[in-house]
Design a protein around this ligand. Structure first.
Ligand code: FMN
Length: 193
């Protein structure tokens, strides 16, 4: 690897390490231009047959935000208590996409829409981290209520909510991850290099 490429790879790894799930936010509002950059990064994400089956509903209106936040606490209000202080949410709606992709997904037994949404969500979060914003993807929320609140048309799922804001934390936590040895092999499942 050339020195320049090495530096770029390093910068990307640093960004990947910097992104973390932030659960404490400052009251500081998030500039729309920063959100637009996150959306642009998501727009550039790859997707099965380039279907781009996503729509982002950005919620920064205080009234809507507060009603949305109430739908993120799960059964018995036990989860995601931190969202009370999240200034902005982005709801990631999975669009029906192309018929050919859906057919391919059905034949393959894969939900490409959800896979695509996950990739777009990570692009969004990495761009947020690059701009000094914190994010947390939320998979626990009352999807029915969120769909109703945001007027998501019938037949479309809300794959994720992404909390966005300026993080309270100044430091990046060390990542708790499996080791490379545990997660990879070459040429055959489980075969060590
Ligand atoms: C699909 C998905 C759903 C998640 N749902 C929640 C959630 O509802 N609440 C929450 O606090 N964190 C949620 N997370 C964040 C994970 O807990 C977090 O990514 C993981 O613990 C790794 O930590 P890190 O993001 O700080 O590196 C979710 C992450 C993903 C990818």
């Amino acid at each position: 690897m050339s020195e320049r490429k090495g530096a770029a790879a390093m910068r990307f790894l640093q960004l990947a390490a910097k992104r973390q799930s932030d659960r404490g936010y400052l009251e500081r509002p998030v500039e729309r231009e920063k959100l637009e950059r996150c959306l642009e990064a998501a727009r550039l994400a790859p997707s099965a047959s380039n279907a781009q089956p996503w729509h982002f509903v950005v919620v920064d209106d205080p009234e809507v935000r507060s009603r949305l936040e109430r739908e993120t606490h799960g059964p018995f209000g036990a989860f995601n208590r931190f969202t009370r202080r999240v200034p902005v949410f982005a709801a990631l709606v999975v669009e029906p996409g192309k018929a050919v992709t859906r057919l391919g997904g059905w034949l393959q037994g894969r939900n490409y829409g959800l896979i695509d949404a996950g990739i777009a969500a990570e692009h969004f979060c990495l761009q947020a981290a690059e701009q000094g914003l914190g994010t947390c993807m939320l998979g626990i929320f009352n999807e029915r209520a969120v769909r109703r609140l945001l007027r998501v048309p019938r037949g479309r799922r809300v794959a994720l909510l992404i909390a966005v804001g300026y993080p309270e934390a100044k430091q990046t936590r060390p990542k708790r991850r499996k080791s490379l040895e545990q997660i990879r092999s070459y040429n055959r499942y489980g075969k060590r290099p």
